[in-house]
Design a protein around this ligand. Structure first.
Ligand code: GDP
Ligand code: IMO
Ligand code: MG
Length: 423
């Protein structure tokens, strides 16, 4: 039976999913996004250039590959149009190989303002949303009010839009502090909808299952990270979709037994952007050094990312939730300059040590139990095999493998496409 392989983030996002999807894409016929939306920022680097994708799957730069935006995604046609322009500028042909599920939900301009209003209302407790309208759009989806890509083809589309907009404008009256230029943004939105209709819409669930039957190889690309999952993340400091493997089933329309390899990505350390708990955060010089060396600034919002050591109880949790079959570790090169590095192996909670995540990390002060490792203090430039890595790096990796009980099959040593060690 043909199966779908999955690549997803095991931490709080920005693990380097885009790079790894782009690297592996050549082994596949289809790359599909199954959740999230323009809150994602996936960076690819090759040929001396950098590309950032938000809605478009990271297989788009591999010629002839089909890229599918699944029903679980929320799509802002304006952001999407901007991404298409950027592809054109890079001479990437996409028209016959970028498909969109009719059941994907549309982000309206008013969704973005509702996002801003919700955050303003929360004050200090704000989530640190990317303000792309993600939360309000998924709320309309589950609230059964949403507009979907396929609705664009309906003769009553404008009326459906007006009804939803009217509801939003009523809600926005509660938040007079949020101001916006409705006419300009609405015009731009309808212009971008026109362009959307030039692409091919599909019934993703049939498309994907037919492709599997026909023996096509499919890779599902996650957005965000497992600790931002709506059910299992650090609620309420999470995103509004299921970012874990289960999301592939609902976000593309495939049955669980169709899931094949699950490649979980983790940085060699840990980052988070926005508010919420982060047990191994280093709010000190070391954290600053990680941020600087790792160039930890958001690909979507430009915000500085919070940095800390790798957190093994956290990773064991997300490995369990996702059924990870292999790990890809990225950004190991960032640790090159550290004389010592560390990993949290357990949490200390009420005087006891545990490796279980508490119900509410937001209101439970867990203290990470750190294990120190010797740094390798040299460049990894020339290492193209695992065996060529410095001894100290191998010791770090094999110790983590023992804790995580999953093989680390890929090690990324730089942002460029070719900087990857595959074991
Ligand atoms: P994504 O959202 O998971 O796709 O990750 P982002 O693109 O938001 O953030 C990852 C950042 O790290 C990007 O700037 C990548 O170019 C960069 N990156 C990816 N892998 C590596 C690596 O192995 N080493 C270094 N130094 N940078 C990397
Ligand atoms: P990629 O796919 C890192 C974070 C936001 C905020 C919370 C909710 O690039 O890894 P939202 O806009 O979804 O309402 O924000 O989730 N967040 C991300 N952090 N990487 C992402 O995506 C993220 N997408 C959302 O910073 O804390
Ligand atoms: Mg990102």
């Amino acid at each position: 039976m043909h199966q779908i392989d999955v690549i997803l983030g095991l931490q709080w996002g920005d693990e380097g999913k885009g790079k790894i999807v782009d690297y592996l894409a050549n082994d596949y016929d289809i790359v599909a996004r199954f959740q999230g939306g323009p809150n994602a920022g996936h960076t690819l680097k090759f040929g001396g250039k950098k590309y950032v994708l938000h809605t478009i799957p990271s297989g788009i730069f591999r010629p002839s590959l089909i890229n599918l935006i699944g029903n679980g995604v929320v799509l802002d046609p304006v952001v999407f149009q901007r991404e298409l322009r950027a592809l054109e500028q890079s001479d990437v042909a996409f028209h016959d190989r970028l498909l969109i599920s009719r059941k994907a939900h549309l982000i309206l301009p008013t969704h973005r303002w509702l996002d801003a209003a919700s955050e303003a209302h929360k004050g200090k407790a704000k989530i640190g949303s990317t303000l792309k309208g993600i939360g309000p759009t998924y709320m309309d989806k589950t609230g059964r009010n949403g507009l979907r890509v396929g609705d664009v083809e309906s003769p009553t589309f404008r009326e459906q839009y007006e009804a939803l907009k009217a509801k939003h404008l009523e809600l926005l009256k509660i938040y007079p502090e949020v101001t916006f230029d409705l006419e300009t943004e609405e015009n731009a939105w309808f212009e971008s909808i026109k362009e959307l209709t030039t692409l091919q819409f599909v019934d993703c669930e049939y498309y994907i299952n037919d492709a599997l039957k026909a023996g096509k190889k499919i890779l599902a690309e996650g957005a965000q990270g497992s600790m931002l999952d709506i059910d299992f993340g650090t609620y309420p400091f999470v995103t509004s979709s299921n970012t874990i493997t289960a999301g592939v089933c609902t976000g593309l329309g495939v049955a669980p037994q169709k899931i094949g390899r699950v490649i979980g990505i983790t940085k060699a350390y840990c980052t988070r952007v926005g508010g919420g708990p982060f047990p191994t955060e280093l709010d000190n010089e070391t954290g600053e050094k990680l941020r600087k060396e790792g160039m930890e600034f958001g690909a979507t919002t430009g915000r500085a990312r919070r940095c800390g050591w790798i957190d093994l109880p956290q990773l064991r949790y997300t490995i369990m939730l996702n059924g990870v079959t292999e790990i890809c570790m990225t950004k190991i090169d960032v640790l090159n300059i550290f004389p010592e590095i560390a990993a949290a192996t357990k949490y200390r909670l009420n005087g006891l040590e545990t490796d279980t995540l508490p119900f509410d990390l937001c209101n439970t002060a867990v203290e990470p139990v750190l294990k120190e490792y010797k740094g390798w203090n040299c460049s990894l430039e020339t290492a193209t095999t695992y065996e060529a890595l410095p001894e100290a790096a191998q010791a770090y990796l094999s110790d983590l493998e023992a804790y995580l009980e999953v093989p680390i099959k890929m090690i990324s040593t730089g942002p460029e496409r070719e900087k990857l060690i595959v074991r």
